[in-house]
Design a protein around this ligand. Structure first.
Ligand SMILES: [Fe+2]
Length: 385
């Protein structure tokens, strides 16, 4: 997160005496990234955050790859992914490479029995259906339809749903997720041409401080395994913090589209960046206003990146037979473009209500066994006349 945030109580100086009302010390923790070079936050705990009681065992959540070297375009029926009561059980990894996992998740229940921490990756949750509260040791965020929640690696969190019909599109990134550098000035402030600004980013607003001892299960993801770790203190026992490393939310509905006289390329939709992939938001917008413009995209080749589109809402103008919850995968090296009739259909249209999230990865994606359960094997032939 490229700006400073503080929540709760902190002492006036870092690394100095900070006392509880009973005279004992709070316990400081630096929550940092990239050694001591990346973004960091200073936390103050009621109890030592290091009190591991027991490590109960582990199990693998490594994606099971069905197709390693993929040349075919695929459509996945995302809403065919089964609902599961439990959040972690519900996470179905459909596309994967060494940088990123693309996951569909339909949890029916809140995470009540455990806390979750991903030490492998930053997570980006896109809320397609459902409302509730994201709760973490760095504070809470409310979420609803259209929200991205960016969760830095190491954040201990739970999801409390108000709803049972929940659909999440999750990007698990081994590379840090940032706001695009070209949107920021040399101080880190988002520039005037950025499609969103700091005012659109929602920071944790509520800090839960539970000064409790007992048995607290944290499911810790590390190197594609989940370790069941029992801690002797409540993980949400922070009394205050400040810094740059914390979860935040951004609604896709607050993304201001950039339009032009002729078709604008996907980089105008960019929302987040990593050094391994980009994330773009396609939002309702006015179409191009040149009198002879063709609003549908032209055919294009992703010579060196795989393109994943997750369709959220509205009528996606360049595709026939695409619905909410579908994923299209267009692999690197293979040209793709509008379906037959789509370019002609788009001429003269003045606006679109499409809503979609795109992930373009620089390394090829492998297709998992979970993806094959919901895959349309003939999608790659859908351009034939
Ligand atoms: Fe494309």
């Amino acid at each position: 997160m490229p700006f400073y945030h503080t929540l709760g109580k902190i002492p006036p100086k870092r690394h100095t005496i900070f006392k509880k009302p009973d005279g004992s010390l709070y316990y400081e923790q630096l929550f940092g990234t990239i050694g001591f070079d990346g973004m960091s936050t200073n936390l103050y705990h009621c109890q030592r955050p290091t009190q591991v009681k027991e490590i109960k065992g582990s199990y693998s959540v490594a994606p099971k790859v069905a197709i390693k070297n993929n040349i075919k375009s695929y459509r996945l029926h995302g809403f065919k992914v089964n609902q599961e009561k439990d959040y972690l059980q519900s996470r179905k990894n459909v596309l994967t490479n060494s940088d990123v996992n693309i996951i569909l998740s339909a949890p029916q229940e809140s995470t009540n029995q455990y806390f979750y921490k991903n030490t492998d990756a930053d997570e980006l949750l896109f809320i397609h259906r459902g409302t509730g509260k994201f709760r973490s040791h760095l504070g809470n965020l409310d979420f609803k339809y259209g929200d991205y929640i960016v969760i830095p690696r190491g954040t201990i969190y739970k999801l409390d749903f108000d709803t049972t019909d929940n659909r999440l599109f999750i990007v698990e990134s081994r590379r840090p997720i940032y706001t695009p550098k070209r949107y920021r000035n040399w101080f880190g402030q988002l520039l005037e041409h950025s499609p969103y600004c700091e005012r659109d980013l929602r920071t944790p607003y509520e800090l839960e401080t539970n000064d409790e001892k007992g048995d607290f299960l944290i499911k810790v993801k590390k190197q594609d395994e989940i370790f069941d770790m029992i801690y002797a203190t409540h993980p949400f026992d922070v009394v205050g913090y400040d810094g740059f490393n914390f979860p935040y939310a951004f609604s896709i509905h607050d993304f201001e589209p950039i339009t032009g006289r002729i078709h604008q390329p996907p980089p105008v939709h960019q929302t987040f960046e990593t050094d391994a992939f980009v994330i773009c938001s396609f939002v309702p917008r006015l179409y191009d206003y040149h009198p002879d413009s063709i609003p549908a995209p032209y055919n294009h080749s992703n010579i060196d990146s795989d393109e994943v589109l997750y369709y959220v809402d509205g009528d996606f103008m360049s595709r026939n037979d695409i619905d909410a919850g579908h994923i299209s995968l267009h692999p690197a090296g293979i040209p793709h473009g509008p379906h037959p009739g789509a370019a002609e259909r788009s001429i003269g249209k003045t606006k679109t209500d499409e809503l979609a999230v795109m992930v373009d990865t620089f390394k090829p994606l492998m297709i998992t066994e979970e993806a094959m359960k919901i895959a349309d094997e003939d999608y790659h032939k859908s351009w034939l006349e």
